[in-house]
Design a protein around this ligand. Structure first.
Ligand code: SF4
Length: 106
């Protein structure tokens, strides 16, 4: 099963992202349901839909995930707690393409 992780661009340069990778590598926290499932982390990208051109950029990313048969997206807490109040808009971009969105990584 191919999965992706999306985080908020506002964390760039501040977050090591190790929390997400540790949880995924150990199949714990929001990845615990994959303990007995063969998964592949295919993408780790930043949301930037509150920046200029951001909706188009994120839509392109969603399309590329879809084309690569990635069916599950985990959003990091930084995106789930979106300070621009765009969580539902972010999720819709992916769910409209049939990609399941799970709120949380670790
Ligand atoms: S829309 Fe929310 S999650 Fe996306 S970059 Fe802006 S603040 Fe971060």
């Amino acid at each position: 099963m191919k999965i992706a992780i999306g985080i908020c661009e506002k964390t760039n340069g501040r977050c090591s992202t190790m929390g997400c990778f540790r949880a995924y590598n150990n199949r714990e926290k929001h990845f615990s349901s994959y303990k007995d499932v063969d998964t592949e982390l295919m993408s780790f990208f930043s949301c930037n839909i509150c920046s200029s051109g951001g909706i188009e950029n994120l839509s392109k990313i969603a399309k590329r995930l879809k084309d690569s048969e990635i069916h599950i997206l985990h959003l990091g807490a930084c995106a789930v707690n979106c300070k621009a109040d765009k969580l539902e808009e972010i999720k819709k971009i992916f769910t409209d393409l049939g990609i399941d969105v799970i709120e949380g990584t670790h």
